[in-house]
Design a binder for this molecule. Structure first.
Ligand SMILES: Cc1cc2nc3c(=O)[nH]c(=O)nc-3n(C[C@H](O)[C@H](O)[C@H](O)COP(=O)(O)OP(=O)(O)OC[C@H]3O[C@@H](n4cnc5c(N)ncnc54)[C@H](O)[C@@H]3O)c2cc1C
Length: 372
């Protein structure tokens, strides 16, 4: 075999896996179709280190988020990666939202997030004098991270461990052979290469369902639907009125967690993302200026200082959803596929939020699925 382990996709998750796996195995290849890492979902998100508040008890999302958050803070401290443990408020802006935030606190407690505090108006005013809320949850362990520096560090770690990254090469074929897989690559000059690998890890984000199909693993339930999230920017100087993340109460099935306010490492403030399922899986990263009114209205409830012209279109990202519109919350799909006739093939599908927060715990989880 040319490789012991091959990872498809150099987003934040594939890179974290590559660093972790290259510490224990030799001949590791990480294959990425773009010329640099993190060109898709991993560079188009809120960069929030989530506390693990919302996810159903016992789900991978809940487990890996809570564990991943701790690992990520430690990793950032140990590797000089910029991060800020700024905390977050989930705000109730009407009487009927108060029982909802109390319910959120209970769910979070069951998930091992035991540091949430329900705070009243005077404490809210101390923390965020410009925000309106009748009551709020304060989550002290939520934070933000510079995801580019994080990915760079994972990449360096992998290279230092002796792993190899192949950029500008798309995996176009995966064929089962004795004791492994033959992988076909198409490079940017349209050259085709083949090599063999004992283990294949599919961390291909938005096209992870397609990569799974290359190995013959087709499943309607695991078809990815692109779900776009757009952001607007809060123009200076009003960005200085916000110190931490501010979230409304979430919608019932967590298709998204509501248009929220995210602070950035450099002091900027973004609103979003919203939730729009796309009709076809196209890479549509346009931000519609016509949405400004809807963003303004939904956030003004808790940012009373906001005026319409304080916002400007910013950027968009795409979630790799396996949860169809209106469906209950779907968990991450992370599985070694022996049961479906593909031993040594590990699928990661539907790695939407909190994938960035969970990157290190996902990497450990995947490492433990490798049996060679
Ligand atoms: C709007 C939005 C906001 C979010 N906010 C947060 C947040 O605040 N906190 C959080 O924890 N998470 C957040 N997330 C989720 C997080 O961004 C993702 O879970 C994470 O980036 C997924 O990383 P990945 O490596 O799995 O996928 P990706 O970043 O999509 O990487 C997959 C890589 O695979 C490559 N690839 C695909 N097919 C092939 C092929 N055939 N051959 C070679 N390479 C291939 C792609 O080019 C890509 O680089 C958010 C997501 C979105 C969309």
């Amino acid at each position: 075999m040319d490789a012991q382990v091959t990872i498809v996709g150099a987003g934040v998750v594939g890179l974290a896996i590559a660093e972790r796996v290259s510490a224990d195995f030799r001949d590791i290849f990480l294959i990425e179709k773009h010329l640099v890492f993190g060109q898709e979902t991993s560079s188009r998100n809120s960069e929030v280190i989530h506390a693990g508040i919302y996810y159903p008890k016992g789900s991978l999302k809940s487990q890996l988020c809570v564990e991943g958050k701790r690992l990520l803070y430690d990793y950032c401290k140990g590797n000089d990666i910029p991060f800020k443990n700024c905390g977050k408020l989930i705000v109730a802006t009407s009487e009927d939202e108060i029982p909802i935030i109390e319910g959120i606190q209970k769910t979070a407690f069951n998930n091992g997030v035991d540091d949430l505090e329900i705070i009243e108006k005077d404490r809210i005013a101390e923390l965020e004098p410009s925000v309106f809320a009748m009551k709020a949850i304060f989550s002290p362990s939520t934070g933000i991270v510079d995801s580019h520096s994080l990915m760079k560090r994972y990449e360096t770690g992998m290279i230092n461990n002796g792993g190899q990254i192949v950029y500008g090469s798309e995996v176009t074929g995966i064929r089962r052979i004795e004791d492994g897989y033959e992988i076909t690559l198409l490079d940017s000059d349209k050259n085709i290469y083949n090599f063999t690998s004992q283990v294949v890890i599919n961390s291909a984000g938005l096209t992870s369902d397609k990569v799974s199909e290359l190995a013959g693993l087709t499943d309607e339930k695991l078809k990815i639907i692109f779900c776009k999230g757009e952001y607007f920017r809060l123009n200076p100087p009003k960005n200085r009125l916000i110190n931490r993340l501010i979230y409304p109460v979430p919608v019932h099935n967590l298709e998204g967690i509501g248009i929220h306010v995210t602070v950035e490492m450099g002091g900027g403030v973004k609103l979003g993302p919203d939730v729009t399922y796309l009709h076809s899986n196209i890479y549509d990263y346009q931000v519609s200026p016509s949405k400004q009114e809807a963003f303004f209205k939904s956030v003004r409830k808790f940012l009373p200082f906001l005026e319409y012209d304080d916002l400007s279109p910013d950027m968009a990202g795409i979630r790799p959803k396996i949860q169809k519109p209106g469906d209950p919350v779907m968990d991450f799909y992370i599985k070694e596929e022996s049961e479906r006739g593909c031993p040594g093939f590990i699928n990661l599908i539907g790695i939407e939020s909190p994938g960035l927060t969970s990157s290190l715990s996902i990497a450990n989880y995947v490492r433990n699925l490798i049996k060679i």
